[in-house]
Design a protein around this ligand. Sequence first.
Ligand SMILES: NC(=O)c1ccc[n+]([C@@H]2O[C@H](COP(=O)([O-])OP(=O)(O)OC[C@H]3O[C@@H](n4cnc5c(N)ncnc54)[C@H](OP(=O)(O)O)[C@@H]3O)[C@@H](O)[C@H]2O)c1
Length: 250
Amino acid sequence: MVNILVLGGTDEARRLAAALAGRVGTHVVSSLAGRVRDPKLPVGEVHEGGFGGPGGLQAWIGERRIDVVVDATHPFAARMTASAVEATGRAGVPLLILRRPGWQAAPGDDWRWVPSLAAAAELLPALGERVFLTTGRRSLPVFAGLDGLWFLARSVDPPEPPAPRRLEVLLSRGPFTVRGELALMRHYRVDMLVTKDSGGEMTTAKLLAARDLGLPVVIVRRPPHPGGVPSAGTVEEALTWLEGTVGHVR
Ligand SMILES: NC(=O)c1ccc[n+]([C@@H]2O[C@H](COP(=O)([O-])OP(=O)(O)OC[C@H]3O[C@@H](n4cnc5c(N)ncnc54)[C@H](OP(=O)(O)O)[C@@H]3O)[C@@H](O)[C@H]2O)c1
């Protein structure tokens, strides 16, 4: 039996777990940070909650006799990725990073790349007054204090303070449609969109709607990919890598 740990919290992680679930000779456990109140669960065994840093993950890999780890976390879950690199290195088990490609601007887009959420906050007052914020509920403290701006913040769970003073929260989970995003942006008369470069299909509609409306998009660059670790851009590529690696660890 080959034991595979999938570090999850993304659509790709759920699809990978589903693809591996029925395979003979393979046991998959998916892990979630445990932050979302009602998460979309992957099929199969699920571990909820952190491991306690790289040392905790290394111990967990040993106890559960994990043979291979796939880090399929969100591209901005940099701490978990760093922890996975360190723990698998110490435990001597192979690691694959499954990351969907980032978004690419196309003609008609007005994208302003920034290195961090803090840099995004600095840029906003120059772009207008009404902000559509889609960077996650835990990013709101960065925008608190921008009292001259009004924010529409969309998140899966409600944000906690500190948050901008002039704020409307929209609790919602993707995928979204271009039509829906256009209607939403028009209804709230937003002047700009703020997003992380999450990539993937589930949330591209907002970018297409912003292009249609001629709105600037402030887009936060991804944290750097750790060097020397194999990576896959799609679930299919991850499965191909696993087939080679699982053959090797058996
Ligand atoms: N960051 C985003 O924008 C974003 C967006 C969508 C979904 N997500 C998902 O939400 C989760 C948390 O993201 P984050 O940005 O808060 O992560 P993070 O800052 O990189 O991780 C913080 C800590 O949370 C725990 N953790 C994170 N992901 C985990 C996982 N898949 N399984 C078990 N423990 C995990 C780890 O705790 P220990 O050190 O105790 O092991 C990690 O050190 C991830 O699963 C990610 O895929 C994140």
